[in-house]
Design a protein around this ligand. Structure first.
Ligand SMILES: Nc1ccn([C@@H]2O[C@H](COP(=O)(O)OP(=O)(O)OC[C@H](O)CO)[C@@H](O)[C@H]2O)c(=O)n1
Length: 353
């Protein structure tokens, strides 16, 4: 793990921190979102079903275009959320993983604001978890810590953290491959435990195949959240509830069936939803992975956005967005095939204006 100092919030429970300024026509702040770049120096191909064209080479052009857009914004975003699968697994087969990652990181180097990287299945096709932890895809050094609340400090057993890009708005990046057979040493106890979970739900010889499954999300290209990570998430959300914060959650893998292909959900998505639904503070949950995109507001008023994947975006289109944050809502302004979305806060939860 890196040794850079984390920023510690000077937050005192006795003195509630000041709320955001009163509403004006201007947003309080904004942030960028982009998913599934899956860059590889390869000719175009297709997804597993053969139904969607994948533009491996052009995806880097799309990424550079998004970065240019955010850099040119009159009021730049506070940060960009990269939702995982930044390079494609095919790089590993061509011994090109580091070269591909280098090109993608060079592009992010030109971004004038911080980027937070989530990890997806394609990261693990290219690199081990240990490698990723030491790599520039580990942006945990950007985390914020809350003084006198050690229960909100994530463990080193998973790649997750929280940060505050603007007062009263906490973002939580989750590790959706915390339970997974990907990127883990096959001789480890954790690998055996995860393989057992997967095989208990998936009797297929090909563990990537959802054929005949009652719970089709139990495939090798998905993963899940350990109880340890969910307990930590619960503690952070408890703090946010107490301090009347608004929370944005980020994960490569989605957790809400109405917004996603059922095959692409996190193994134990119900456990994650149960934690989130026991708190008031969560406004939205951003994920990638599905490539087709999706949106649904769940019964507890949490907005689930699955972002359209760059890799399956034609050269003449685009796939990224900027979220503008207001005291009573967040507005996703999509580019290209990413549609606009309005995410109102839960009734009675708007900041006073
Ligand atoms: N039905 C399937 C789907 C995939 N595979 C194999 O699993 C590996 C990962 O697939 P891939 O489509 O590259 O994964 P993505 O994260 O890009 O996308 C997730 C969803 O598929 C999007 O719909 C790869 O080796 C596939 O061949 C499979 O065996 N069976």
């Amino acid at each position: 793990m890196r040794t850079e100092k984390v920023r510690v919030e000077a937050m005192d429970d006795a003195k509630p921190s000041p709320g955001p300024p009163s509403e004006t026509s201007e947003p309080l702040f904004s942030f960028g979102v982009i998913a599934d770049v899956q860059y590889a120096d390869l000719e175009d191909g297709y997804n597993f079903q053969g139904s969607r064209r994948r533009h491996y080479r052009h995806s880097l052009v799309h990424l550079r275009g998004a970065i240019e857009h955010w850099n040119a914004a009159g009021s730049p975003p506070r940060c960009v959320l990269q939702l995982g699968d930044v390079i494609d697994g095919y790089n590993a087969q061509h011994d090109a993983s580091e070269e591909a990652l280098g090109l993608v990181l060079d592009a992010f180097q030109t971004l004038s604001v911080p980027v937070h990287h989530a990890w997806g299945n394609h990261e693990f096709y290219n690199f081990s978890r240990d490698y990723l932890t030491r790599s520039k895809l580990n942006t945990k050094f950007l985390e914020d810590r809350i003084v006198r609340h050690p229960e909100t400090v994530p463990s080193e057993n998973y790649y997750a953290y929280h940060f505050v890009p603007f007062p009263q708005f906490r973002f939580i990046l989750l590790d959706a491959y915390d339970l997974s057979v990907l990127g883990v040493d096959e001789s480890s106890a954790k690998y055996q435990q995860c393989l057992e979970i997967l095989k208990a739900h998936n009797p297929n010889a090909e563990l990537n195949s959802p054929e005949g499954l009652v719970e089709p999300q139990y495939v090798q290209f998905n993963g899940g959240f350990s109880q340890e990570q969910l307990n930590w998430l619960n503690e952070v959300l408890t703090f946010s509830d107490t301090n009347q914060e608004k929370v944005v959650i980020v994960s490569h893998v989605p957790i809400y069936p109405e917004a996603s292909d059922s095959v692409c959900l996190a193994w134990n998505y119900r456990d994650a939803l149960a934690v989130i639904w026991s708190h008031e503070c969560v406004v939205c949950f951003f994920a990638g992975h599905t490539h087709d995109g999706g949106y649904s507001e769940d019964p507890c008023g949490v907005h689930h956005i699955n972002l359209e994947g760059v890799i399956e975006t034609a050269p003449d289109s685009q796939a990224f967005g900027t979220v503008y944050v207001y005291p009573d809502k967040m507005l996703l302004k999509g580019r290209g095939r990413v549609p606009d979305r309005t995410m109102n806060y839960k009734a009675g939860n708007a900041f006073p204006v």
